[in-house]
Design a protein around this ligand. Structure first.
Ligand code: NAI
Ligand code: AKG
Length: 425
């Protein structure tokens, strides 16, 4: 585990309320599609938001009470689906926004789900394995009444992984008195996980980068790539970019960044990173996350947390293409600046949808009890992502809007239509 040092940039920026900015884009998307105001009233907040207190016995004998959330944005299309985040900066509004983004993502890639999301305010980097297990199990007990394989299906997100999914699945199976692999996705293979889930988010981002590069006439071979975040999404992506012949010249984690204009030694960094995606603490010559985002490059991929590209630095971004692996890394104002500067921005709700797509495949395999090969999973993911990228790109062209608004229009239309057929609006 990494040495404890403070993050070189903080997540929570009161000036950038991710819920408010999401609501603004949803409103605009609905207006352009001609939906009445009541549809916005239905979609602007989750249908359900549960706040829970989780008492955990710590290793020193004390009891610490953690706060957790589970938001279920909309289940008109199907059960809600989305990851659980363990992070010190988790807030209620952030979890709400993350659940809305899940509804949009599932709509864009056409999965039979609505959006959900969970989070616990904690710093897992400062907790022991046993404390983390107790917290994971306590969270499942606290939310057990509103989740389940046909109600709401959690998955990994920032600072959660397949081990945490395994503990959560085991706890739910005890409550349900049933072996319930379909309760959660992102599990280890031996517990009903799917081939390709671990690398799915990065695979999806890679497909979006490839398609976006084609649109801009950029060859991936030799392209200079900068990636913020070296966890599940960022580290697999660095590997895929490296394998595609691109030059990964910058990567970062919560503590800083590494830069080499000749290209970083990705295999070495992958080997040295810890389970929380920390690697830069091992090096002396680091740059800040702020400097990393402004590096001269062809492709920039924010793959860490929200509000990283803002009106303060959007004019300094030098990339030709920005592909959002993270949820909500670019503010509304920054999206406008990048668009006006002719930078192609592939939005989170499309670019990061590979994870939930393979989670869906995992759930389908759990439900049918018949498992697919890695090749089958990859082939299916490729089709879904290429198709979704082209639909969003073409919508953006025909509607003369940026790709984020185009993606929102596709996502909200699906949930609005499902709600209408159900007679909700
Ligand atoms: N894991 C998944 O399947 C999916 C993840 N995402 C999104 O991708 C992003 C990254 O998630 P994962 O890779 O799963 O998380 P992770 O926990 O595996 O890695 C997170 C990375 O972000 C860095 N980080 C954390 N706080 C930071 C800060 N304040 N400044 C800069 N870097 C910071 C960490 O050091 C680490 O390198 C998140 O926005 C997540 O919601 C989106 C879709 C699916
Ligand atoms: O895999 C999933 O079900 C959800 C992944 C997720 O939380 C996300 O796409 O933000």
């Amino acid at each position: 585990m990494a040495a404890e040092k403070g993050a070189d940039n903080k997540t929570t920026d009161v000036n950038h309320d991710v819920l408010k900015s999401t609501q603004t884009i949803i409103h605009e998307a609905l207006e352009r599609l001609g939906y009445p105001e009541e549809v916005y009233e239905l979609l602007k907040e989750p249908l359900r938001m549960l706040t829970v207190k989780i008492p955990v016995k710590m290793d020193d004998g004390s009891t610490k009470v953690f706060t957790g959330y589970r938001a279920q944005h909309n289940d008109a299309v199907g059960p809600t689906k989305g990851g659980v985040r363990f992070h010190p900066d988790v807030t209620e509004n952030e979890v709400k926004a993350l659940s809305i983004w899940m509804t949009l993502k599932c709509g864009i890639v056409n999965l039979p789900y609505g959006g959900g999301k969970g989070g616990i305010i904690c710093d897992p980097r400062k907790m022991s394995f046993r404390e983390l297990e107790n917290l994971s199990r306590g969270y499942v007990r606290a939310i057990s009444q509103i989740v389940g394989p046909t109600k709401d299906i959690p998955a990994p997100d920032v600072f959660t992984n397949s081990q945490i999914m395994a503990w959560m699945m085991d706890e739910y199976s005890r409550i349900d008195e049933f072996n319930s692999p379909g309760f959660i996705t992102g599990k280890p293979l031996v517990l009903g996980g799917s081939h390709g889930r671990e690398s799915a988010t990065a695979k999806g981002v890679t497909i979006c980068i490839r398609e976006a590069a084609k649109k801009r006439g950029i060859k991936l071979e030799g392209a200079r790539v900068v990636i913020q975040g070296f966890g599940n999404a960022g580290s697999f992506l660095a590997k895929f970019m490296h394998d595609a012949g691109a030059k990964v010249i910058g990567i970062s984690d919560a503590y800083g960044g590494l830069y080499d204009e000749e290209g970083l030694d990705i295999d070495y960094l992958l080997d040295r990173r810890d389970s929380f995606g920390t690697v830069t603490t091992l090096f002396k010559n680091t740059i800040s996350n702020k400097e990393l985002l402004e590096l001269d490059c062809d492709i920039l991929v924010p793959a860490a947390i929200e509000n990283q590209i803002t009106e303060e630095n959007a004019n300094n971004i030098k990339a030709k293409i920005v592909v959002e692996a993270a949820n909500g890394p670019t503010t509304l104002e920054a999206t406008e600046i990048l668009t006006n500067r002719g930078i192609l921005l592939v939005p989170d709700v499309l670019a990061s949808s590979g994870g939930v797509t393979v989670s869906y495949f995992e759930w389908v395999q759990n439900n049918q009890g018949y498992y697919w090969t890695e090749e089958e999973v990859e082939e299916k993911l490729e089709k879904v992502l290429v198709n979704s990228f082209n639909t969003v790109y073409q919508t953006a062209q025909s509607r003369r809007v940026n790709m984020r608004l185009a993606a929102y229009m596709i996502g909200v239309r699906r949930v609005a239509e499902a709600s209408r057929f159900r007679g909700w609006i």
